[in-house]
Design a protein around this ligand. Structure first.
Ligand code: PEP
Length: 252
């Protein structure tokens, strides 16, 4: 039986308004207060981080961000420093989401730098890795995952994974309604753990690996039951309180 506590993280992406996030948080915090085995995390757009810090203050729900600069301060128009997120009680920061990698050209090294900057500011990075459809179809999934993971191990060191979370998100499953089968997901999660174990067995056993990619209320349970899946990173379904709560209640 795993000793890793499951984590269910909502990634709201660029959605919501001041009014709608208030309603969403009220409904989610009510449901979470009725009891869940999972650690629950919400990652709003930057501008709502301060608002959420207030709304979540008296709840058990954690606060995170969807992105961060790898730099500490200076003339970087439009960027947000890790220390600024820390100021508003963020505990987690997503780094290397496939939308950042693809739409904003973040490469493996930049992602590793962000991972390090998050930890240097006392927060926990959620490192997203995952293959494109054509990479899966040409049997390159493991090669891609290994490359994305090794870039961070090389720059941050294996011990950095003692205070990190990994999210395996096959890019072809994000926002498409196509979920990896439980077998496909478990296979990659096990590969990730074995890759880390080549450096340090204990770290590999302790790190939480989330699955992300069209997790919904009706498929979460069968994914979360698997040996190496420690919860989920949830996009679309995290915007609907009932669906997100059902997912939170689906953890083993
Ligand atoms: C995500 O953006 O990380 C994600 C998994 O999105 P969705 O759940 O909508 O596929």
């Amino acid at each position: 039986m795993s000793k890793r506590q499951s984590l269910v993280a909502g990634n709201w992406k660029m959605n919501g308004s001041l009014e709608s996030i208030g309603q969403l948080v009220a409904a989610i915090s009510q449901g979470v207060s009725e009891g869940t085995e999972a650690e629950v995390l919400l990652c709003p757009p930057y501008v709502y981080v301060a608002e959420l810090a207030g709304l979540l203050e008296k709840t058990d729900i954690r606060l995170g961000a969807q992105n961060v600069s790898h730099l500490e301060s200076g003339a970087y128009t439009g960027e947000v420093a890790p220390s600024m997120l820390k100021d508003f009680a963020c505990e987690y920061v997503i780094v290397g989401h496939s939308e950042r990698r693809m739409l904003y050209s973040e490469n493996d090294v930049r992602v590793a730098e962000k991972f390090i900057a998050v930890q240097a500011n006392g927060m926990i990075p959620i490192l997203c890795i995952g293959e494109l459809l054509e990479e899966r179809e040409s049997n390159c999934t493991e090669e891609v995952i290994a490359r994305q993971l090794d870039a961070v191990i090389e720059l941050a060191g294996i011990m950095a994974f003692k205070a990190a979370v990994i999210a395996y998100e096959p890019v072809w499953a994000i926002g498409t309604g196509k979920t990896a089968t439980p077998e496909q997901a478990q296979e990659v999660h096990e590969f990730i753990r074995l890759r880390l174990a080549r450096h340090d067995h204990e770290t590999a056993e302790g790190v939480r690996i989330l699955y992300g990619g069209s997790v919904k209320a009706d498929n979460a349970k069968q994914l979360f039951e698997l040996a190496d899946i420690d919860g989920g990173l949830i996009g679309g379904a995290s915007l609907v309180a009932d669906d997100f709560l059902t997912i939170c209640h689906s953890v083993r």
